[in-house]
Design a protein. Structure first.
Length: 515
């Protein structure tokens, strides 16, 4: 795809967004439900395709994420309305939702299909068009998933072009689309370089920072439950979620018991020699060897000359110094967990704070404890914006096993140099126009109940207009008619539109003559 063709894709998305912005809540719900159902039905297929293409993760776990980011997202936001105006009679304010327009969705190689599902559905919930930009290493599965969702949306009544995908992503192409004025907002999920490029594009961007999750187990914790949850979380999809635990901090009084429980639940604790070989392999020049990302524990163990049983889920590498020079304090994106011990809870909190200061500011942390005071101190002092308690952090901070907003895009807020601090959710892809009446009690506000500027679509979708200088020879596309589907309301007749334009031109000329 050339830059010119990419511009045409954005132009088509802009046209679709303008049409879709006039759909009412019933029509939007119908489209979103159809897209979520299509994604859910194909969760297994795309999970297998993603693992085959990227060589990362676990099929069964990707199925869980694909389901959570299709029907799960719709069920979570089922009672929310991002289309109908909101009326606050007490404050005398009416809020009218305003979609962003065209969303450029940058998707990662680690969670490709789940992120495509997630961003497309959030965009459609808020009446936006979305252009999916896959990671080159996950191009095929991401593009196939996006096309499936696009077909489901159009079949349910959305304008053609409401979901588009870049089949052959390249860096120059993505950079051009990020800086194009027809891109209204960029949603960037990926490495630090991708996010910084989005913020530097000149267009509004919602980006996230890297994770590096400390998990603290204090003396009051249910040790067996904590060990089981940590191992399951660390093994979930081979740790490709940025919310996976990175450094385990244990109070000395329970460290031995915790280590035994971790081993019982599928972890293998490395000795000093194996830990050093692991450092040299995983961080050969001080930076993460991307070869390990999303690989399973046995595969990594084999690379360092270590034999483990096929049931081994996680490798645990003990270390002592919580400093940046210790590579085991950095994010690993694999089922390898650094582990250190501390004398007491206050030191455990300081250790978690040190991990996040090395990397992962604003992201996530986890704690296993029954002491509310320790949990409060932990959350207040570790500079992150979400803290999971007594749950695996992979699925905890991402909202899959907690009541946080389920998300594949985790905001890190100001401390993490991100524009959002919460898990990305529909509200982030729209603004509200506020009608504000005089606060004086003597000035009344009429009833706005039941009023809406949006319309219920009929059975005709407006065709994308061809340029007047298009000499390809093909006839202009006719409006698409699909019985029994929700459609955008028919526009006023062409003659009426022309008459309105003539009146506007005449008025403008009259004003010029007066001057």
């Amino acid at each position: 795809m050339s830059v010119a063709q990419a511009g045409q894709m954005l132009e088509r998305a802009r046209f679709a967004a303008a049409a879709y912005a006039e759909y009412d809540q019933a029509a939007v719900t119908r489209i979103v439900e159809a897209v979520a159902d299509a994604g859910h039905r194909n969760a297994e297929r795309f999970a297998a395709a993603a693992v085959a293409e990227t060589q990362m993760g676990v099929v069964e776990h990707k199925i869980v994420k694909n389901r959570a980011c299709s029907r799960g997202i719709v069920d979570f936001y089922r009672d929310q309305d991002y289309v109908t105006p909101r009326v606050d009679t007490a404050r005398k304010i009416v809020e009218i939702p305003r979609p962003a327009g065209v969303v450029l969705a940058l998707c990662p190689t680690t969670n490709p299909v789940a992120t495509v599902y997630f961003k497309v559905i959030l965009a459609l919930m808020t009446r936006n068009a979305v252009v999916v930009a896959p990671h080159p290493r996950a191009r095929q599965c991401s593009a196939d998933a996006a096309r499936l969702l696009a077909e489901a949306a159009v079949a349910a009544g959305a304008p053609d072009g409401i979901v588009a995908v870049i089949d052959e992503p390249t860096l120059p192409l993505i950079e051009a689309m990020m800086s194009d004025e027809r891109t209204d907002v960029i949603v960037a999920t990926g490495g630090t370089g991708v996010v910084r490029a989005a913020y530097s594009s000149g267009n509004p961007a919602l980006g996230v920072g890297p994770g590096n999750v400390p998990v603290f187990v204090d003396a009051t914790a249910d040790i067996d439950a904590a060990a089981r949850r940590i191992v399951e979380s660390k093994a979930f999809d081979n740790s490709v979620l940025c919310t996976n635990e990175s450094v385990l901090i244990a109070e000395e009084s329970i460290a031995g018991k915790l280590t035994s429980a971790l081993t019982r639940h599928g972890a293998h604790v490395l000795d000093a020699d194996a830990t050093q070989r692991l450092r040299e392999y995983m961080f050969p020049d001080g930076s993460l060897n991307t070869e390990v990302v999303g690989r399973d524990a046995a595969w990594i163990a084999e690379r360092i000359g270590l034999r483990v049983t096929p049931k081994t889920k996680v490798l645990i590498a003990p270390f002592t110094d919580l400093i940046g020079e210790e590579v085991l304090t950095h994010e690993k994106l694999s089922p390898v967990l650094g582990m250190t011990t501390v004398a007491d809870a206050p030191r455990g909190i300081r250790a978690a704070r040190a991990v996040v200061r090395i990397a992962g500011a604003g992201h996530s942390a986890a704690i296993h404890s029954e002491n509310a005071s320790v949990i409060t101190e932990f959350a207040a002092n570790v500079p992150v914006l979400r803290v999971s308690v007594n749950v695996g952090n992979s699925t905890g901070s991402s909202g899959l096993e907690t009541n946080l907003a389920p998300s594949m895009t985790i905001g890190t807020g100001f401390v993490g140099r991100s524009s959002i601090g919460e898990n990305l959710q529909p509200e982030n892809l729209m603004n509200w126009t506020r009608i504000a009446y005089n606060a004086d009690a003597g000035v009344t506000m009429p009833s706005f109940a039941g009023l809406s500027p949006w319309r219920s679509p009929t059975d005709e979708v407006p065709a994308y207009p061809r340029a007047s200088n298009d000499t390809s020879g093909a006839a202009p596309a006719a409006p698409v008619s699909r019985p029994n589907a929700f459609r955008r309301a028919a526009d006023p007749g062409i003659e009426a539109l022309r008459a309105e334009l003539r009146a506007m031109v005449a008025e403008e000329l009259a004003q010029l003559i007066k001057r």
